[in-house]
Write a protein that binds this ligand. Structure first.
Ligand code: SAM
Ligand code: DTB
Ligand code: SF4
Length: 338
């Protein structure tokens, strides 16, 4: 059943006193997740730059001059080597990103299928973000062992047109449906700091909560302003906004893993600690996101040690879901007996 959340109720949550909000989110987090475990995920740009879309935030759009060096699809062996290194560094999820508008049925897609198979054999959760997909393409990825597909709605339906004109939010929702229909878990979130209003942020949360079922994984990115893109001059989004957004998503969609994604280089360890307290259950670790810099593995290891966090096992989300179902079923059983 989709979550029916009014904009007013989300506003009330989002605007509540900061520490009250964090405590409330922390309580929800502890009920639904193992709060000591944070998933370390690793991102790799398998095909960089030259994208025909016009996403206003993106350094990989061909039309903006951002200095990102374009490269063709990486060889499978190189992708596999990177996945191995990530695993050795505690990552349990490996996400492959391609600067494509959509997947085409060609040799490159066959190569991506091969990459998914190879990474999956390492025992890691495989994730890909390749642009729009048909249901047939999604099924092929599912057969190869793809666990998650990342496809963000990025912002509210109302603000979407201000940021991207080469596709609509309906196109995005169609791909998300195709991913669902193929039985792949959905990773879908957005970006804050693009000049949107608080209501835009909350309408995005509302849209995510109303997906049936809601995404298993919700990345919250703070815009990384890149010179040469239309959003290159945006002022940095305050850490407090990010903490409020994570807490609000946590409360609105308790089952999802909320990912503290782009923008961590500007956050102190204390600010990140508040994000974890507010319900962030995952980070991207490693010196690069797709094209921009990110905290490297040793820094994050030190942070985990300091905060008493442990890296999350792969597929923990599936286990948590089963445990929740068992607890609920046994509670129902007890009610019936009593
Ligand atoms: N081309 C595919 C697509 O658009 O779905 C996959 C790659 S795309 C780079 C993945 C996501 O990265 C985008 O949806 C956006 O949310 C995020 N992203 C891209 N550039 C960003 C930036 N400068 N700051 C924050 N997030 C960004
Ligand atoms: C997501 O929501 N954030 C990640 C992942 N999904 C693919 C990407 C962030 C990219 C930040 C800009 C860059 O490094 O190019
Ligand atoms: Fe292309 Fe994805 Fe960047 Fe948009 S976000 S320009 S679709 S790579």
């Amino acid at each position: 059943m989709p979550n029916a959340l009014t904009l007013e109720s989300l506003r009330e949550i989002h605007d509540s006193p900061l520490l009250e909000l964090v405590v409330r989110a922390a309580n929800v987090h502890r009920r639904f997740h193992d709060s000591r475990a944070v998933q370390v995920s690793s991102l790799l740009s398998i095909k960089t730059g030259g994208c025909p879309e016009d996403c206003g935030y993106c350094p990989q759009a061909a039309r903006y001059h951002t200095g990102v060096e374009a490269h063709a699809l990486l060889p499978t062996a190189e992708v596999l080597a990177r996945a191995r290194t990530a695993k050795e560094n505690g990552a349990s999820r490996f996400c492959m990103g391609a600067a494509w508008r959509q997947v085409r049925d060609n040799r490159e897609f066959e190569q991506v299928i091969e990459m998914v198979r190879a990474v999956r054999m390492l025992g890691m959760e495989t994730c890909a973000t390749l642009g729009m997909l048909t249901v047939a393409q999604a099924r092929r990825l599912a057969e190869a062992g793809l666990y998650a597909y990342n496809h963000n709605v990025d912002t509210s339906p109302e603000y979407y047109g201000e940021i991207i004109s080469t596709r609509t939010i309906e196109d995005r929702l169609q791909t998300l449906q195709n991913v669902r229909d193929a039985g792949i878990t959905v990773c879908c979130g957005g970006i804050i700091g693009m000049g949107e209003s608080i209501d835009d942020r909350l309408r995005m949360v509302q849209l995510l909560a109303e997906l049936d079922p809601p995404p298993e994984s919700i990345p919250i990115n703070a815009l990384v302003p890149v010179a040469g893109t239309p959003l290159g001059e945006q002022p940095p989004v305050p850490a407090w906004d990010l903490i409020r957004m994570i807490a609000t998503v946590r409360i609105a969609i308790p089952t999802a893993v909320v990912r503290l994604s782009a923008g961590r280089t500007r956050l102190s360890v204390s600010e990140q600690a508040l994000c974890f307290l507010a319900g962030a259950g995952s980070i991207f670790s490693g010196e690069r996101l797709l094209t921009t810099t990110n905290p490297d593995f040793p820094d994050d290891r030190a942070m985990f040690e300091l905060l008493g966090l442990v890296p999350r096992e792969p597929y923990a989300e599936r286990r948590e879901k089963n445990t929740r179902a068992e607890v609920e079923a046994s509670a129902r059983g007890m009610n019936m007996q009593g």
